[in-house]
Design a protein around this ligand. Structure first.
Ligand code: 5CA
Ligand code: ZN
Length: 390
């Protein structure tokens, strides 16, 4: 059953491109300055389903994830707490990885920090400069930043499909600098931030500094998956400006039409109606849940009880329901059914997941099962949903 996913750019559910030796899957990783909260976990659990679905269909998958380990939030938090920003990053990456492991998330093949990829970013910025696309901007202190104009590609805007006013709003809210003096267009994106006092910097032919955010992902993705690849994923808050510019930078550098075949976005998880975010502090941490004794399968079922594309609420009520559901499954699946019946349940489960990860219908198929012939359903739950019955 081929996997169909909703593509933000085209606004349709269609089959993922699985031609070629390997399916390229790039998912934006964390900015490691605070613990993994359930919102992050929901996003990575969603792409874990994508990964499992592709593997179950017999494809080889090249899964790449970045870590934004050089960025302002890290420096600010490290300064607040009087620790080195590198140490803060390393400790948070370790925590994230152990959280993901506890949740049975299959790790990406490549897990690449921005620090590790500075050379790749420098190369790509140089390509954009050599092509006359990128332009430098020097500030009063003499620091030389490099920008990419939004006019670099004709198709700019195809990924997020937003009007100009909404782009400006999101750009300002999500790390952009619309008011920077001297930019050709307020929406032009930072490719390289020239060295300022107190900030880390790496050498580059165009002046020492550090990578901009969007090109970090363009470089890490395309250097491993090729100039075009199947899926670029992340939370819906990344659709603009981050994914629009990551795509535009790559498309301008390589003269390709479209970086990713699918741009896949997960809805935002809220706690009691308010979006879970580090800045608001209304966070439910994965490690807290597991410390309280909630098993991974329950957390997974709680997240999968809603559709990944919907903004949705997390609450302890939802967790309790997931706990009860898993307990019910353990009881009902202990019954005796024919092989045909068990296979029928798995077919329904697979068909639902193949249809844009319809976990709601998938879980209902298991709710309706009255037994598990030779553990056929148990194996499917383990492989496809990462939920263990035993
Ligand atoms: N390092 C960048 C991506 S290159 C970044 O956005 N990092 S992050 O730590 O802020 O977010 C990591 C992932 O979690 C992103 O895909 C983001 O969209 C997602 N995310 C953040 N908050 C939530 C939330 N409340 N619900 C669902 N996903 C979320
Ligand atoms: Zn990213």
């Amino acid at each position: 059953m081929p996997l169909a996913l909703y593509d933000t750019a085209d606004g349709v559910v269609r089959d993922v491109d699985t031609r070629g030796d390997e399916v390229g899957l790039y998912v934006c990783g964390i900015t490691p300055y605070d613990s993994t909260h359930l919102g992050h976990a929901a996003t990575y659990l969603t792409f874990d389903l994508v990964y499992r679905q592709l593997l179950a269909n017999g494809h080889k998958v090249h899964y790449v994830q970045n870590i934004t380990d050089v960025d302002d939030p890290l420096f600010e938090r490290a300064e607040r707490d009087g620790v080195d920003w590198r140490e803060l990053g390393t400790s948070q990456i370790d925590l994230f990885r152990s959280d993901m492991e506890i949740l049975s998330v299959i790790p990406p093949r490549d897990y690449i920090g921005a620090m590790e990829a500075v050379g790749e970013v420098v190369e790509m910025v140089q390509v954009l400069l050599d092509k006359g696309i990128a332009y430098p901007l020097v500030d009063a202190s003499g620091a030389c930043d490099i920008y990419a104009p939004i006019s670099a590609t004709e198709q700019f805007g195809y990924e997020s499909n937003l009007d100009r006013a909404t782009m400006e709003k999101y750009f300002a809210e999500r790390g952009g600098d619309p008011d920077r003096e001297g930019k050709r267009d307020p929406l032009d994106a930072l490719l390289w931030r020239g060295h300022r006092d107190g900030e880390p910097a790496w050498d580059a032919p165009f002046g020492s500094g550090r990578p901009g955010w969007h090109i970090e992902c363009s470089a890490i993705a395309t250097n491993r998956l090729g100039q075009t690849f199947s899926i670029q994923g992340g939370g819906s808050d990344l659709a603009f400006p981050h994914h629009e510019f990551s795509a535009a930078h790559a498309e301008a550098a390589y003269d390709v039409e479209r970086m990713a075949g699918h741009y896949v976005h997960t809805g935002m998880i809220a706690l009691d109606g308010v979006k879970m975010s580090k800045s608001l502090g209304n966070l439910v941490f994965v490690h807290k849940l597991t410390e309280q004794g909630h098993e991974a399968g329950v957390i997974r079922l709680a997240v999968f009880s809603g559709h990944y594309r919907n903004d949705r609420d997390f609450s302890y009520g939802i967790l309790d329901e997931a706990e009860a559901r898993l307990a019910r499954w353990r009881e009902s699946l202990a019954g005796e059914v024919s092989e045909e019946e068990a296979v029928g349940v798995v077919d329904k489960l697979r068909a639902a997941l193949a249809n844009d990860l319809d976990t709601v219908t998938a879980l209902q198929a298991v709710d309706d099962a009255a037994g598990d012939h030779d553990g056929i359903i148990a194996r499917a739950l383990d492989g496809l949903l990462g939920v263990q019955l035993r």
